[in-house]
Design a protein. Structure first.
Length: 395
């Protein structure tokens, strides 16, 4: 009997050792974070496949908050039945394939976003873009949870530390994430399908103009912030989000710093970057050189990590160049497999990044639009249908 118990104990000890040995592997196979497609809705998985394959046909053109305001106009009430207006559509007759949005101020439960757009109108237009077959991307200029300032309040270097587990503002920040998830989950088609969203949190973190930037937190703190954001949103049922990583390309050593704070393949679906041309000290040759360098770098990185690449934010303020679209932007992207390129917003005549009918570059934009390699909303057919990589569209 004693020998039986000893043998049984030996067997249990060996079994326990094997469990301990294999537990990390088993955890990796079963963890929700172990796969980019874990718990994604079928429409979101289809969008990801499409973004990987679309460079074979061309590049999706995008514009930030294109249908809620433009040069000299704002969208009507949330209950309006009028067709969505857009400066881009006024020039070329078509909507952008990708429209970006900002949910800044959602953290406070405000009625309007950071740009003064009612969240009810934002919701309406995001759903409208999905129903016409387009793509939606959301960024978040979230206020400073420690100081009470805005995203650009960088006077305190302890903000990220304060919102991580154990920090004084952690519970507040979890509440903010809950408000963001509530809004994301409210974006539904008439048949209750969740609208797939490319979510672009903590953008331009390699610069130091936001409180989550390079000089405002450590590498490990930034990674922890990204992972916390992703896991909390997943916990709240946000299975319609693709995460876009978008460091700034407007700094020195942009490519060298690109992967320094990368949170890992399990938390990123799209490799992006933000890059602008500026009037002073940044001529078109310099902009084109930086664009080409980053896109060349991301081409190799995207192949290595099996992820689509994109220019998530770009443009030239007021576009003071008649041939910017065909003479600058198109040459930058045409030889690289980027899935999409997104222009910043049109606020007024001095601050716009897409053309409007009276703008200097409007005629050149028409030539850009007619290029068979530039894809707009009318070029997208059934991208949310799960058909695999062969479900691409001809222009």
């Amino acid at each position: 009997m004693i020998r039986f118990h000893l043998n049984a104990l030996k067997i249990l000890a060996i079994a326990g050792a094997w469990i301990l040995f294999f537990s990390p592997w088993l955890s990796a196979q079963t963890s929700p974070a172990a796969s980019n497609t874990f718990s994604l809705t079928p429409q979101t998985q289809s969008l990801l496949l499409y973004l990987k394959a679309v460079p074979e046909k061309g590049i999706l053109f995008g514009h930030h908050e294109s249908t809620v305001y433009g040069v000299g106009w704002k969208a009507g009430s949330a209950a309006s039945d009028e067709p969505s207006r857009s400066d881009v559509k006024s020039v070329c007759g078509d909507y952008p394939a990708v429209i970006g949005w900002d949910i800044g101020r959602i953290e406070h439960g405000r009625d309007n976003n950071i740009n003064g757009v009612p969240f009810e109108i934002l919701r309406r237009e995001i759903i409208a873009q999905y129903l016409r077959g387009g793509v939606n991307m959301i960024c978040w200029h979230v206020d400073n949870p420690l100081t009470g300032g805005d995203s650009w309040d960088v006077k305190d270097k302890k903000v990220v530390e304060s919102i991580l587990p154990g920090g004084a503002q952690h519970q507040k920040f979890l509440g903010w994430l809950d408000k963001a998830s509530d809004f994301m989950n409210s974006l539904r088609a008439p048949d209750s399908t969740k609208v797939p969203i490319i979510f672009r949190p903590w953008h331009e973190h390699t610069g130091s103009w936001f409180w989550w930037g390079q000089d405002l937190c450590t590498t490990e703190q930034f990674k922890a912030l990204w992972i916390l954001t992703c896991e909390q949103l997943r916990k709240k049922g946000c299975d319609q989000l693709l995460y876009a990583y978008s460091p700034s390309n407007d700094i020195g050593r942009a490519t060298e710093l690109y992967m320094e704070r990368y949170p890992g393949d399990d938390y990123v679906n799209i490799l992006g970057y933000d890059c602008y041309q500026y009037t002073k000290g940044n001529n078109r040759e310099g902009y084109m050189e930086r664009m080409n360098k980053m896109l060349t770098y991301l081409t190799d990185l995207g192949e290595k990590h099996q992820k689509p690449i994109a220019c998530t934010e770009t443009g030239f303020e007021a576009i003071p160049s008649e041939d910017w679209w065909t003479g600058v932007l198109q040459p930058c992207t045409q030889n690289h497999p980027a899935a999409f390129v997104v222009m910043w917003r049109n606020a007024h005549t001095r601050h716009h990044y897409a053309p409007y009918p009276e703008s200097l570059s409007a005629k050149d934009f028409l030539l850009y639009y007619k290029n068979p390699k530039t894809l707009f909303c009318s070029d997208l057919k059934e991208i949310y249908e799960v058909k695999g990589n062969d479900s691409l569209n001809q222009k």
